[in-house]
Write a protein that binds this ligand. Structure first.
Ligand SMILES: [Mg+2]
Length: 204
């Protein structure tokens, strides 16, 4: 099986970290549980310059490396890899964040998982030097059987795969969204995801 896994707020607690950064940098106190919008500028009421500063700070290597693992993520993914599944972490982070992102995965025992940066959100506005490792054309040549994603804005990247089962990691910003199809399942933990995705390649 080929499995797509998003990085932020699937593997690690990025939203919680950004909630702390917004409070520290701009005095915006929006606790994680009240982050109703995926767009952080809207969530924290930031203007363009503040949003750019927040994104720059949030993508500094030591900040990326400090993100807490979402409980159970690495052990479930290691089980899949041991079972012969092919796991690709497809992140909307820019290529400038690749090295610390790779290091985070390696530190969490995920050396065997691939890592690709795809412009999921049109975020090149926050950095003039923004580049991504995976072109859209290359992405659409990849096929997946399962996906783990938290962002409704990324669902469009699944519409070419009608057989794909999508585990939507429950987050405050996706609670009100309508899923595009019946193959989407809300998952509240990696234990939920483990129950949906078969562990071994014998099921592939
Ligand atoms: Mg995400």
């Amino acid at each position: 099986m080929k499995i797509y896994v998003d990085f932020d707020d699937c593997l690690c607690e990025t939203g919680r970290a950004f909630s702390g950064l917004a409070a520290e940098m701009f005095g915006r106190n929006v606790p994680y549980g009240e982050m109703e919008f995926f767009e952080l500028d809207r969530t924290f009421s930031l203007d363009g310059a503040q949003f750019a500063a927040l994104m720059a700070r949030g993508h500094e290597p030591e900040v990326l490396l400090s993100f807490e693992e979402t409980p159970g993520a690495s052990s479930v993914i290691c089980e899949w890899i041991a079972g012969g599944h092919d796991v690709s972490v497809i992140t909307g982070r820019p290529l400038s964040a690749y090295e610390p992102s790779r290091e985070w995965l390696d530190r969490h025992g995920l050396q065997e998982a691939g890592l690709y940066c795809l412009d999921k959100y049109g975020r090149d506005s926050f950095s003039r030097d923004c580049a991504f490792s995976l072109s859209l054309e290359d992405y659409y040549r990849m096929a997946f059987d399962f996906a783990v994603e938290d962002s409704p804005r990324a669902f469009k990247f699944f519409s070419h795969l009608p057989g794909l089962r999508v585990c939507v990691f429950d987050r405050p910003w996706n609670r009100r969204c309508e899923f595009p199809g019946e193959k989407y399942t809300r998952c509240f933990s990696w234990e939920d995801i483990r129950r949906i995705v078969p562990a071994g390649a014998e099921n592939a």
